[in-house]
Write a protein that binds this ligand. Structure first.
Ligand SMILES: [Zn+2]
Length: 279
């Protein structure tokens, strides 16, 4: 149906910073890629190592972020960079990383969007692959997570989150996730975590790089950061994570997704169901 052209970027651009979970300083370089390449991660410092295509086959962990691996090396927390790539409808890009994780930056998606803007998105001489949902698809995951995907023009997400913390509680919203919608309503929303979980996460080697500079941190009194960017910033961030995880489809997506309590595990399960529907 769609006759949209594939897109890449015009030139390379690098962003740096510490990883949220590893705490290690790292850099990420977006580079142009040929039509049909898709999104591919590369570790140029690991000589002779194979690339990791950003697809569902390479997902190895979805506990607190999405981790990809090819058995040789892994890349953590790919969802924020992938969300920006997908939201700007960039089909082909090489992502060089010099470390085990994507830089966290401010915990939102906006620095990746800005980097891709600077790199100059450009159309290519090939038609983009677009997935649709031919019939309603239902997916459930742990702890009351449920998804319903339906046919739609473009990508829409109607999401509900429900946290016992009184600053979050139950938040619901509907988002049109074309490029403008993502930029205006989702890109600035930061990731969040609970101060009470920090010790247990650190013991697992997670959230070692988390700080008030890259995470909204909640304690028993409320938000420890100066302020929120949106009253429902938590919800908006979770919607952005969905966009990032669905980029692992390796195609653009026309669907309306109605989701309660989204998680990376559920997002990936939904992506697998959508891919099966498009085979
Ligand atoms: Zn996230």
């Amino acid at each position: 149906m769609s006759t949209s052209k594939q897109r890449s970027i015009s030139r390379s651009i690098t962003i740096r910073g510490a990883g949220l979970h590893s705490g290690e300083s790292t850099s990420l370089t977006f580079s142009p890629a040929d039509p049909g390449t898709g999104i591919v991660f590369r570790r140029p410092d690991l000589e002779g190592s194979a690339d990791i295509p950003a697809n569902l086959e390479h997902v190895v962990d979805t506990r607190l972020g999405t981790t990809l691996s090819n058995g040789e090396w892994s890349i953590l927390t790919v969802e924020h960079a992938l969300a920006a790539v997908a939201a700007l409808q960039i089909d082909n890009v090489q992502i060089n990383v010099l470390g085990p994780e994507i830089p966290a930056r401010d915990g939102s998606f906006k620095d990746y969007v800005a980097a891709l803007d600077d790199a100059g998105p450009v159309e290519q001489e090939a038609h983009a692959t677009v997935f649709d949902v031919s019939k309603p698809l239902e997916v459930t995951a742990g702890e009351g997570q449920s998804y319903l995907a339906m046919s739609s023009t473009g990508l829409r997400v109607s999401a509900t989150i429900d946290f016992e913390h009184e600053t979050i509680g139950r938040q619901t919203g509907a988002f049109l996730l074309d490029e403008d919608g993502f930029r205006a309503n989702v890109a600035n929303a930061r990731t969040f975590g609970f101060e009470a979980d920090a010790e247990a996460l650190h013991a697992q080697g997670l959230a070692l790089g988390a700080s008030l500079e890259n995470t909204i941190v909640l304690d028993s009194h409320g938000v420890m950061n100066d302020s929120l960017r949106f009253k429902d910033e938590f919800l908006r961030h979770k919607v952005g994570d969905i966009v990032g995880d669905l980029a692992l489809l390796g195609a653009r997506l026309n669907a309306h997704i109605v989701v309660e309590r989204p998680s990376h595990t559920g997002n990936v399960k939904l992506a697998r169901a959508i891919r099966l529907d498009n085979q």
